[in-house]
Design a protein around this ligand. Structure first.
Ligand code: ZN
Length: 261
């Protein structure tokens, strides 16, 4: 099983990372992908990997490079050289997370857009997948993907919670959909149409420490909880847990170019 979106390097995991690692290996995780949030993330990820490797779980951590849309403030400028330098490193598996967010604040939308465009161009240039965050910006985000899509852009709409039409448009634009803890909530609309989507475009993720699945809703999320989302997804698709895990693992390996383990 692969957790394709996990902020494992944040302070939320500082005090019990070894327990988190143990639980992650018990549920059969093999890879955890870490999206960047800010310029500081790369150093935090390196420290996290160093600590993690001493636990000898066999679970491989992977880094991304990018700036989260909520990090932008009015007047900020994208440092393209720095971003390109970081994202082009061979141990960076994807560009992100980037995207748009009009929920927390709309005061830096111009800066968010400039950043998203820079990330999208870089992902294409580097032939690496893009990892997208979206909150109350669906149409604009998909319009921008469409404008950039020249057949070479791949990526994932992480923590997908949209409608069936939005899912279809995203898939038609070449995107994968990241299914996380929200999928386990009682009122999620995604469960109603998930069966009609191509299984080879679905990925599992936690977005830990955020968005813990049921029965841990509201608590700190962690990589091992991806098993609850996997079970909920298998139930909704009426398939076995093992075939769901096999398929989503294959999807993640292909998209992010992960070596077999
Ligand atoms: Zn995230």
């Amino acid at each position: 099983m692969i957790d394709t979106h996990c902020h494992l390097y944040l302070d939320d995991f500082k005090n019990d990372l070894s327990d988190v690692a143990l639980r992650a290996s018990k549920v059969g995780l093999t890879h955890i992908l870490m999206p960047a949030i800010s310029a500081e993330s790369s150093e935090q990820m390196d420290q996290c990997i160093e600590t993690w490797e001493a636990f000898n779980t066999g679970i491989v951590l992977h880094k991304m490079a990018g700036i989260h849309p909520c990090e932008w403030r009015p007047g900020d400028r994208v440092n393209r050289d720095d971003l390109l330098h970081k994202a082009s490193a061979p141990d960076i598996c994807a560009v992100g997370e980037t995207g748009l967010d009009a929920y927390w604040s709309t005061e830096a939308m111009a800066e968010q857009r400039e950043s998203l465009d820079a990330h999208l161009s870089m992902a294409k240039e580097l032939h690496k997948p893009i990892v997208l965050h979206n909150r109350e910006t669906t149409t604009e985000l998909l319009d921008r993907i469409e404008a950039h899509q020249d057949g070479s852009l791949t990526g994932v709409w992480h923590c997908f919670t949209g409608t069936e039409n939005e899912a279809r448009r995203a898939i038609d634009l070449g995107l994968h959909l990241g299914i996380g803890g929200v999928f386990t909530f009682k009122k999620t609309q995604t469960r109603e149409f998930i069966k009609s989507l191509p299984l080879e475009r679905l990925l599992l993720e936690t977005d830990a420490p955020y968005l813990a699945p049921a029965p841990f809703r509201g608590k700190r999320n962690e990589p091992s909880y991806v098993a609850y989302t996997a079970q909920a997804l298998a139930d909704a698709l009426e398939c076995s847990l093992s075939s769901l895990v096999d398929q989503t693992t294959t999807n993640a390996r292909k998209l992010f170019g992960l070596p077999p383990s």
